[in-house]
Design a protein around this ligand. Sequence first.
Ligand code: MG
Length: 155
Amino acid sequence: MRVGIGYDIHRLVEGRPLILGGVSIAYEKGLLGHSDADVLVHAVCDALLGAAGLGDIGIHFPDSDPQYKDISSLKLLSATCQLLTAEGFRILNLDATLFAEAPKLAPHRQKMQAILSQTMNIKPNEVNIKATTTEGLGVIGKGEGIGAMCIALID
Ligand code: MG
């Protein structure tokens, strides 16, 4: 078995949709990025690629490449899963945490788990998603961005 870790953070800005774990969330701001800036999915991709020894999301899907402009990060996750499958790996489970001061993310957890597990073709209880604030501390606590961490186990 092999483990990998992923971490990502994106800036919150006005005029962008907020998409986390493939779910569109009603909020006054969204995450800035070349793709849809789904910080949770990016952390998941990095954890999977890390576990497989396949580098990171920036190597496979560079943000300088116009084909990834505003792309759904779920497509990047699908492509990541294909890379793992091609190497003979299978996902055992993932555990992820979102860091956001606002909006409240708990109501969206189950939908995120459903979408991510479907995209990775694993069971919903094999993708655990948690959310926490940072108690007002730091850039996340000030609402300047949203972060995510993920650990993946594969074999
Ligand atoms: Mg990212």
